[in-house]
Write a protein that binds this ligand. Sequence first.
Ligand code: DOR
Ligand code: ZN
Length: 427
Amino acid sequence: MKAILIKGGRVIDPKTEVDDILDILITGNKISKIDKEIRKNDAQKINAKGKIVCPGFIDLHCHLRDPGRPDEETIESGSESAIAGGFTTICCMPNTEPAIDNEGIVNYIYKEAARANLCRVFPIGAITKNREGKEITEFGELVNAGVRGFSDDGDVVADGNVFRHALEYSKTFDVPIFEHPIDKYLAQDGLMNEGFVSTRLGMTGSPVIAEEVIVARDLLLAKFTGARLHLCHISTKGAVELIREAKKKGVKVTCETCPHYFFFNDEVLESFGTSYKVNPPIRSEQDRQAIIKGLRDNTIDCIATDHAPHCQAEKELEFANAPFGMIGFETALSLIIKELVNKEKFDWIKILEKLTVNPAKILKEKLGVIKQGAVADLTIFDPKKKWKFTSNTIKSKSKNTPFLNKELIGKTIGVIVDGEIKYYTED
Ligand code: DOR
Ligand code: ZN
């Protein structure tokens, strides 16, 4: 395999705290040299001048619809969408049809991911059989097959006793439990955040307390069991505060938020656009500000996409009947740049920590780092490039995004996975 030489990029690596103009040489699947000026005549060269070169992004939370709804997304189309967004590793949630609750489905996902041969795809196994919240799956069998964590995502594990035992079993295998913290009884059939805007619009609301009750319960159970808890798509001020306090007390908890929770507040629902219908819902401005604060003080460890493809026909139903979710791989970086980097003045090390080294740590993978000898999973992006997100350019099979035909800033230019160029574009 020909060596790859990335020339003149701004290399930013949060783990080794590097931020400098450097060349990177890749030989085989490894980073073989990082230096000011590397010369290698027979290498394939990538000009990264004016671009940022960083560890490949790792998404802890996405939905590929395979098996079940290949019309909405397949492992292959999801992988294509992921690399276009700069993600070299993605974790797919088990709310497929059937659910990822046995070895056969895990094997199928790995087989399809290998066939697509684009990014790393790590399945998250279901906590309970068929995600029904009752009977715990065979954790040992699923871990052996390659799941990197357990979740009933899409649904909370409502039964505290089942959740306690899931945490205890997960400890045996040293894998995290990914919880979707929403009390379904408190959330009722809420279509959006419960508050002034929902009242004004006459829509049923899902209150912040539905999230916070489960976060509080889970933090207590994580402390009680000593297991590793990862709280998914945190969206409320109260949840951030609970997690902040629990971390101070040494609870083994990590969490993520998604770009739509720091980019939007619930006033966008005034359009009744179904692409804004997500679960948990887009919250109030006060919550949005608290999410940004949580990202800033590292209470929130990761930014995940919750990429949730849905077909047009279903998203075109009236608001009450449309499904929850928006696609997210291809817009995540732009939303981060616009809101967190350009507006909120986050530094790149902090941002990239949440996209690379922190998720790698949660997965216990030796990924998310640029150093000599490390696996060459790298993302190159132009933080200033303006581009338009159109239905022709979307790589996902689904187009359910509020950013359709919008101008975005910041674009992935190149992606290297395991030492191979999987994505490269000059426009
Ligand atoms: O918005 C969401 N979409 N939230 C979820 O919990 C599930 C996901 C999906 O699978 O579409
Ligand atoms: Zn979820």
